[in-house]
Design a protein around this ligand. Structure first.
Ligand code: SF4
Ligand code: MG
Length: 331
């Protein structure tokens, strides 16, 4: 079909030493279409990264998936043996993480690691691997690939290392690319280059991409579909163009209103939404956004809003719309 990844009801918990259980991800569902770019947006601590780690089965102990499924091309990633998962990770699902330096070996040159990574996953000779390296390094903006290949990671800046990681992932040509804040450490010019490159990978190879970011502007620029997360839950999801043009959920609206504007000098979007994320170890009954929501009603503090269909591919979990519907039925 045209769905490559189907995530249903994903829950992740972290048992704490004092016996409490932190519910980091609570019933998250979304799908990624083949050749589509899905953006997951939310503040840090909203469960975006935990979701991606859970899908790849890379959660660090004692974190664990307590419920849900994640079907990738017919295979439930959460149920297959680790041995099968190792064949999927890297080769079929590529990963680009926030911190590139930890992913590279400090005592080997960038070129050596690049060629080895390509040859581990693709059945090609060394010469072809070097040619591919040269091409993908150019694609991510290195004017002199041969020079970069001779360097050790510590000789490169954080941004350069991130571009190396992106090039490495692209060279392997996975079917799905998971990118967690891939451009956060980069300057504006490099950021644009990397986004262009991700788009090109999708256009030329039909690669599906999940891009995770706190920056709704970036997500709006690159994604076909968007999932907005708050406190471990999906509060709104749907086609990016529609959701960002007419956001239904007050949190999506707040994120959009807080997109940094040069003329106001606001650089951190988090600072402009008053209040903080709820403590994930605290069991809450109502809407998790209620303490910060300017539209909050009594029902918001007592009842958790369920996802409501706005249009076939678009849902929002907010009592404003359930209220509307209830009133409409009463009339
Ligand atoms: Fe605001 Fe209530 Fe909607 Fe939550 S359910 S976002 S508190 S209006
Ligand atoms: Mg994160």
């Amino acid at each position: 079909g045209d769905v490559l990844l189907d995530v249903r009801g994903l829950c992740v918990e972290f048992p704490a030493a004092d016996g409490r259980v932190v519910q980091a991800v609570r019933g998250v569902s979304f799908t990624v279409g083949r050749g589509k770019i899905l953006g997951i947006v939310g503040e840090s601590g909203s469960g975006k990264s935990v979701t991606s780690y859970a899908l790849l089965r890379l959660l660090s102990a004692p974190g664990r998936v307590s419920a849900g499924s994640a079907v990738f091309d017919g295979v439930d990633l959460l149920g297959v043996p680790e041995r099968s998962m190792r064949r999927i990770r890297g080769r079929r699902i590529g990963m680009i993480f926030q911190n590139p330096v930890g992913s590279l070996n400090p005592v080997l040159t960038v070129g050596y690691q690049m060629v080895e990574a390509i040859r581990t996953h693709r059945d090609i000779d060394r010469r072809t691997a070097v040619e591919i390296s040269d091409r993908v390094f150019r694609d991510v903006g290195f004017a002199d690939p041969a020079h970069v290949m001779k360097q050790y990671p510590f000789r490169l800046s954080g941004g350069q290392n991130q571009r190396v990681m992106i090039a490495m992932t692209m060279a392997i040509e996975p079917e799905l690319l998971l990118a967690d804040e891939p451009t956060t450490a980069l300057d504006v010019t490099t950021q644009a280059q990397v986004l262009d490159q991700l788009r090109r990978v999708r256009d030329e190879h039909g690669t599906s991409i999940v891009i995770i970011s706190h920056d709704i502007g970036l997500i709006g620029e690159i994604s076909d579909d968007v999932v907005v997360m708050y406190a471990g839950e999906v509060c709104e999801s749907g086609p990016t163009e529609q959701v960002l043009r007419e956001p239904r959920h007050p949190y999506t609206q707040a994120l959009l209103e807080s997109v940094p504007r040069p003329e106001t000098g606001v650089t951190s979007l988090l600072r402009s939404i008053p209040g903080e994320l709820p403590d994930p170890a605290q069991e809450s009954t109502g809407c998790p956004f209620a303490p910060r929501c300017t539209s909050a009603m009594d029902v918001c503090r007592t009842h958790r809003p369920q996802p409501l269909t706005v249009s076939p591919a678009w849902t929002a979990a907010c009592h404003l719309y359930t209220e509307e519907r209830t009133e409409a039925t009463r009339r």
